[in-house]
Design a protein around this ligand. Structure first.
Ligand code: ZN
Length: 284
């Protein structure tokens, strides 16, 4: 059995275990949950630009044999039926598959950088937006014209490597109203949940988390370190004034009358951090 075969077999097993909302005894010829789940997966696997386009291609005979051969599907349900059956299925059921794929022999080696470490990029993205259609799991925002926009977004996590064209996706964390939370959910909260939920699973990879300016804040840095990871976050001067001043503050040598004990060049403090240039270097 090839690696792909075994991963698809695992996926089929997870799909077969998804909650089946149909009542009563099973009837002959009824789609199995495995068929339904694999049909949805096939849309992405085959690189179809849309669910409907995929269904049309199948109806015309294109790709049908691929789906049947690759996924061992006996029947292909309609997109409406797939949506009806999968809506509400817990996405977390698929989480172990991501780690299984990444843990397959030889998969991670080409991604290792910085002396065998693994880079995990975190970033938020929006997957739905409407002013009319909404659900209880929508986030909302006010627009300048007074209208309300409803949207869905999630925090994506992927193993990446410079010079490597592929990425290895890890489970996503959805940004959605949380039980008991007073404020609307956000990308940073999703990142904290991701780290708490999946940090132990990636700990042995010695992860270095990558993120944009939004993540460059104390709570996220602490959450990463709590899981034994390190981070490289973008830190824009405009949104990190104190750090910027720390790094590039006024040069004390430009002060008209520097204290007589000051050295002629900037020094580092004994703890290794650059001395603040606003003041004479520490004499500790
Ligand atoms: Zn919604």
């Amino acid at each position: 059995m090839t690696v792909l075969d075994s991963l698809i077999a695992e996926l089929k097993g997870v799909c077969a275990g998804l909650p089946d909302r149909r009542k009563g005894p099973r009837r002959d010829g009824e789609y199995t949950m495995a068929d339904i789940g694999l049909s949805a997966f096939a849309v992405f696997f085959m690189g179809s630009p849309s669910f409907l386009g995929h269904q049309r291609a199948l109806a015309e005979g294109h790709g049908r044999s691929n789906c049947q051969t690759l996924f061992g599907m006996t029947a292909i349900p309609t997109d409406a039926y797939i949506r009806q059956m999968l809506d509400g299925a817990p996405p977390g059921a698929f989480d172990p598959l991501f780690f299984q794929a990444a843990g397959t022999d030889g998969v991670l080696a080409p991604f290792q950088r910085l002396n065998g470490r693994v880079l995990i990029a975190l970033d938020g993205t929006e997957c739905f937006c409407s002013r009319k259609i909404h659900c209880p799991r929508c986030s909302t925002r006010k627009r300048s014209d007074g209208g309300t926009e409803y949207f869905h977004s999630f925090l994506g996590a992927s193993i990446v490597a410079p010079g490597h064209r592929q990425v290895l996706p890890l489970p996503a964390e959805f940004i959605a109203p949380q039980d008991g939370a007073e404020k609307q959910d956000c990308e940073r909260n999703a990142a904290k949940r991701w780290l708490a939920r999946h940090g132990p699973a990636v700990h042995q990879l010695r992860p270095v988390f990558l993120g944009d300016d939004l993540f460059a804040c104390q709570p996220i840095a602490a959450a990463v370190q709590q899981q034994g990871g390190n981070f490289i976050f973008t830190c824009k001067p405009a949104s990190h004034q104190t750090i910027t001043e720390y790094l590039t503050g006024a040069d004390w040598r430009n002060i008209a009358n520097p204290p007589s004990h000051a050295a002629s060049a900037p020094q580092r403090s004994t703890d290794g951090s650059p001395g603040c240039r606003c003041a004479p270097p520490t004499t500790r």
